[in-house]
Design a protein around this ligand. Structure first.
Ligand code: A2P
Length: 288
């Protein structure tokens, strides 16, 4: 469409010509935002037509940073975010922490429907089925927003085709931080499409084990401590992990990842990668 200027409108000679706001590079439009606590929120956005990814992978997303005080130039401010939606979904979903003075999340937490984010369509990651050998039982170990890649994998048909049992443990500080995961798992029970595609009642393979550490809830404590004492295995009615039957994916804060990795190694499990599938894989939750 050609731009037409009304003939009556004078062109100010001393003012810079009005410019259209430049579109963000790799822009995607936000379609939904949900806030869970003052520290957590999730949002959905459009999916680039060319983006193919494996459930469990992450991409770089972000916003334009503040203008440089000297040059006025703006640079994209990007962070790695696990895609929380499954590979078949038309849209993309992300689950994020809000860090009050975090360069990106202090802004991203105010994003609204219709606004744009930057999304580099180059998915990568180790929390993928391809990095694990076949097994009987799959464990997802998460803390905080580390639940995100499992939100993707819990909606991925292959998860239920490949395993007899899926155990998801989620350790958070407070009860409200469990809502996203709890609602997602409850949603699977009512999801007509998934029940049809994967098989009616597929969700009965899931054992959900949420725990809190700083607020009263039915099960309190760090999952690492609960496993060490044996309480978690008693509660779940499951034997300790073994390399013959068990596969695991870990996604949480750094100290948690390292501690759990050591525990799994003590059980005899070995770390896998895309190039060499083994018994477990680790990813860190990407905090601001
Ligand atoms: P805690 O409250 O005892 O520190 P964060 O929000 O700091 O990322 O932590 C998320 C959850 O992970 C919290 O419940 C926290 O427990 C727990 N956590 C932190 N470090 C470890 C660890 N090394 N092993 C197990 N759980 C941990």
């Amino acid at each position: 469409m050609t731009e037409q200027r009304p003939v009556t409108q004078a062109t100010p000679t001393d003012a810079a010509p009005a410019k259209a706001k430049p579109a963000l590079p790799d822009a995607q439009t936000v379609t939904e935002v949900k806030h869970y606590t003052d520290r957590l929120f999730s949002f959905r956005c459009t999916r680039p037509q060319t983006l193919r990814f494996r459930s469990g992978e992450f991409v770089m997303i972000g916003l334009m940073g503040d203008p440089d005080p000297k040059t006025g130039r703006q640079k994209p401010l990007l962070r790695a975010y696990s895609i929380a939606s499954p590979s078949w979904d038309e849209e993309l979903e992300f689950y994020s922490i809000k860090v009050p003075d975090g360069p990106l999340t202090s802004k991203l937490q105010h994003i609204a429907v219709g606004e744009e984010i930057i999304l580099r369509p180059k998915p990568v990651g180790t929390l993928v089925h391809d990095a694990l050998l076949p097994g009987k039982r799959l464990w997802f170990f998460a803390t905080g927003t580390g639940f995100a890649p499992f939100a993707s994998l819990l909606r991925e048909p292959q998860t239920y085709e490949d395993y007899d049992e899926i155990i998801i443990t989620h350790t958070c500080r407070e009860v409200g931080e469990l809502t996203y995961g709890h609602d997602l798992i409850e949603g699977l029970k009512q999801d007509e499409l998934l029940n049809e595609v994967i098989g009616e009642g597929f969700w009965k393979k899931i054992k959900y084990y949420p725990t809190t550490t700083r607020e009263e809830s039915p099960k309190m404590g760090r999952i690492t401590d609960l496993m060490r004492s044996g309480e978690a295995f008693e509660d779940l009615g499951t034997p300790k992990l073994s390399p013959e039957t068990d596969r695991a994916m870990i996604c949480g804060n750094l100290a948690f990842n390292l501690e759990l990795k050591d525990m799994l190694e003590e059980f005899g499990l070995e770390e896998g990668a895309n190039s060499k599938p083994m018994h477990y894989v680790v990813e860190k939750a990407f905090l601001d």
